[in-house]
Structure formats: C-alpha cells, structure tokens
Design a binder for this molecule. Structure first.
Ligand SMILES: Cc1ncc(COP(=O)(O)O)c(C=O)c1O
Length: 482
C-alpha cells in the first residue's frame, strides 16, 4: 500500500498532505451541486464548454488548488442530476451508496485483471461471480473448467462479444444474418458492422401489440432467409427493450433457434438484479435457453458506469475468440484471453460486494419496488385523459405520450407537441423523462414518445406525479399558444 501511494507522490509531484484538501473540496462541491437547479447546471455547462474550446494543455502543471478552482468546480457543478428521484430519463441512475469507496480502492490497488499475474485474486473473483450468476440463469452448475463468460465495459461490448463468439462458431462462407425484433438495441447493428457481417445483415421483425417480437413474423423471416440462401447466424431476443421495456417471448425464440441450429443471444442488459425477483423470473422464462446473454451491471444492479457481463451456456464456445500473447497469458483462465478488452480494472469487486451486501433478497426487493412504481405510474397515465399509454409495463419502464382529447391533431402536430413538452420540462421543470421516436402499434412511421425509466428505487409515487403534472401543464399551455 505505501508503495502505491508513494508512486502517486513521485508522478504528480504532490504530497499526500496536499491531496487531503481535494477530498474536502469534492465533498463541498458535491453538496453545492446537489442543491443547484437545472438552470444553474446548464449555465455552468455552457460556460465550461466555451472554456474547454479555448484552453490548451499547460506546459507546466497546474497546482491542485488552481485545478480545483478552474476545472473541478465547474465540472462538478455542470453534472446532470441523474440521481434526482423526479429524473426518469436514465437507465443508469444511482449507484449503491458504498460504491465510491470501492472504486477508490480499485484505483489505489490498480489491479489489471487482463491476466492472473497482475490481478491478485481479482480474476478468481470474476470467475466466482460469473459461475454463480450462471447457476441462477441456467439453473444448473457450470461444468466446464473455463469460466463461462466475461466482464465487459458495457452492454454494447457485451452484445458485441456474444455475437463475435456466435460468428466464430458459425459457418464462415455463407451470407449470415441476425434476426430479432425491430426494437433491438442499436448496438446489435453496430456489432454486425464491426464483425464484418455488414449493417444490412440485420433482419428486423415486426412486434406484436405488446411490442414483443412477433413469433409468426419471425418464422416468416426464417422462411424468407432460408429461401434466399442466407445462414441464420443468430436470433436475438431482448429482455427489456430500450424503448418500452418489453420482454420478447424468449422460450419460443430459443426453441426456434435450437431447431434451426442457430445461436440464441439474449440482450438482457436491462435485467440485472431483476433476475432474483420471482415476479420477474416468470416473465423471463426462456432466458435459460440462451447460448449467450448480455447483462449490464450499471443498470438494475446499481453499480457505477460502466460494467457489464456476458454469460455463455457452453463455456467452451469462447475458444472461438481466443487470442493469446506470450508476454501476458500463462493461465488458461486469464481474463484477457477471450475478450474484446485488454487491460481492465478490478471493479468486479463492486459486483461481488453488491451480491453479498444486498443478497438475492435485496436485489429482488428493489426490482419489485421499481416495478410496482412503474405500474402505478402507468395506471396514472391511463387514468388521465391527456396521455396515451403505449403498452402495459412488462418491466420498470413506461412508454407513453401526451395526446389531449380536446383537439384533433395530425401525427406531426402531436410529435411537435410532445417535443415541446419535453424541452420545456428539461428547461424549467423538476421532472425529466427521455424523448424517443418509434412506430406506435402497427404504424410504420415513427412518432415521438416519452420513456419513463424507473431505475431509481428512491422514486416514489409523488415524484412520478410531479413529472406527469408538469407535462400536462406544459402540453395544454403549448396548445393555447398555437
Ligand atoms: C436493450 C439494450 N441493449 C444494450 C444496451 C447498451 O448498453 P450500454 O449503454 O451499457 O453499452 C442498452 C442501453 O441502454 C439497452 O437498452
């Protein structure tokens, strides 16, 4: 430990005594930030952006004091209020309260889990976490001597890693395509692009009335692809779509993939701790059929951004993406042997700690609570005469839009109205949702919609009501102006 700290002193020319004020400055600035208004934060952000554009890397280093005043202060005071319980816009909101101490520890220890020799027991920690989660997802122990998965730097990389394994385990010569609902996350298209399959290798399938992948449309696409001589490399099921939180019929999709001999990937980035909830577990039936599964830890596992993981039903399948290097890898379970990432920190410790400190019940309680809040919010949307609920929530995400009964509005007028409501709420309101565009029901063109994400367990009914009340007011006032 003293070595680590001495190195810091040598590198930065800064002694520990000089660093002490940094922590108290951070604490004070965080209190100021917590009390600031949205307007104040966006003013600071604008000024800071201009200052960044005009500044260069100094020749001689700044003092810590100058840096705190000139840079740290505006950076902190410009930060988005992600943890505000009225902020329903983010899929990542509040990390568990003790995470910052663990993150600090990871920095001080500076372990590199790319290989066992630079990571103490942290590679084993990763193996433990992945094997235990494997048992929960697949409902049997992992029998391989390879660790059945990997940690990644986010859900997009987890999807990419999974499809990389799928591609390298599939036939190499045929034109390969990936099938899944039209609500698949854009990272699936990005993965196809990176993997050389091409962006046009994605076959988007329509959804049913509840925004779940339509099985008969999927079968129809299978038939069409086979007729065109395409290899169906993978079928992707989504357990919690980004737009509406819908959960695809995973059992039927998994069975179909098995019949075709195709890979079945489940994008379960949104699932996280909901895995431990019995209420959710029924909705996730079929998850155990996945050949690979991607899950974000910075969403419903409440860890800081960015950490995700891949679980592989057959651990051996990752041999298809094995890359070795003489200088680095000397153990068959070195974490960097089968991974997009090379060097990685030991933040798996946070996941290990969270699983122990919350336990299965703790995670289940949070998942059930946020789901119940989302369901009550959806009921409020339905009870009101000026909002349209797109579908009953299947997870803790509610998609809806402002649609007043008093006037006939064209779809572009409705879009404009929803966008006005959104922007005014960002500028002036306490509440915040996310604005997106997607086809509503059987429509093919996209409409503007609101996504209310109940990822913050501190969000209660009264916070959700504030969001709707503001939107109702802004909506009607925008109509009065037109
Ligand atoms: C369904 C789904 N998949 C993948 C991702 C990508 O996750 P990340 O932002 O961690 O890369 C998201 C992000 O919200 C998502 O909603």
């Amino acid at each position: 430990m003293p070595d680590t700290l001495t190195r810091l002193e040598l590198d930065a020319g800064t002694s520990l005594d000089q660093i002490a004020p940094l922590r108290s400055a951070i604490d004070q600035l965080l209190s100021r930030w917590a009390e600031s208004t949205g307007q104040q934060r966006s003013d600071v952000k604008r000024q800071l952006q201009a200052k960044l554009d005009d500044s260069t890397i100094p020749v001689a280093g700044d003092t810590l004091e100058d840096y705190i005043r000139d840079w740290l202060e505006p950076f902190i005071l410009s930060a988005s209020a992600n943890a505000d319980p009225c902020n329903l816009s983010n899929m990542t909101s509040v990390p568990l309260v003790w995470c910052s101490e663990f993150s600090r520890l990871c920095t001080l220890l500076n372990q590199n889990v790319v290989s066992a020799k630079s990571a103490g027991a942290f590679g084993d920690c990763e193996a433990f976490v992945l094997k235990r989660l494997y048992e929960i997802v697949f409902r049997h122990p992992c029998e391989s001597d390879l660790v059945p998965g990997m940690l990644t730097s986010g859900g997009s990389t987890a999807n990419l890693s999974s499809l990389w394994i799928a591609r390298n385990n599939g036939p190499s010569k045929l034109k390969s395509v990936i099938l899944g609902s039209k609500l698949m996350h854009y990272s699936i298209v990005k993965s196809a692009d990176i993997l050389g399959l091409g962006k046009d290798a994605i076959r988007f399938v329509p959804t049913d009335k509840d925004y779940r992948c339509d099985i008969s449309a999927l079968k129809n696409q299978v038939w069409q692809s086979e007729r065109s001589g395409e290899n169906i490399l993978a079928i992707v099921g989504v357990a919690g779509t980004t737009e509406v939180g819908s959960i695809d019929p995973l059992s039927e999709m998994g069975q179909l993939a098995a019949e075709l001999g195709s890979w079945f990937h489940v994008d379960a980035t949104w699932v996280g701790g909901a895995l431990f909830s019995e209420t959710y577990r029924d909705r996730l039936a079929g998850l155990e059929l996945a050949d690979s599964l991607a899950m974000d830890c910075h969403k419903q596992m409440f860890l800081p951004v960015a950490q995700a993981l891949v679980l592989l039903k057959d651990a051996q399948s990752q041999q298809a993406i094995r890359h070795t290097a003489e200088y680095l890898f000397h153990d068959h379970n070195d974490r960097g042997l089968h991974a997009v990432d090379g060097s990685r920190d030991a933040s798996v410790l946070l996941l290990h700690a969270a699983l122990h400190l919350l336990g299965r019940d703790g995670y289940a309680r949070i998942a059930n609570k946020t789901l119940a809040t989302a369901e009550r919010f959806a009921q409020q949307v339905k009870d009101s005469d000026c909002f349209q609920l797109l579908t009953e929530p299947q997870s803790n995400l509610v998609a809806y839009r402002f649609r007043p009964p008093t006037r006939q509005l064209s779809s572009s007028e409705l879009d404009q109205l929803n966008e006005q409501v959104y922007h005014r709420q960002v500028r002036e309101g306490r509440g915040r949702v996310s604005l997106s565009r997607m086809p509503i029901g059987p429509e093919t063109s996209k409409s503007s919609i609101f996504r209310a994400v109940f990822s913050n367990p501190q969000t209660a009914n009264e916070h959700a009501s504030i969001v709707l009340k503001e939107q109702q007011q802004y909506g009607y006032e925008a109509m009065d102006h037109d």
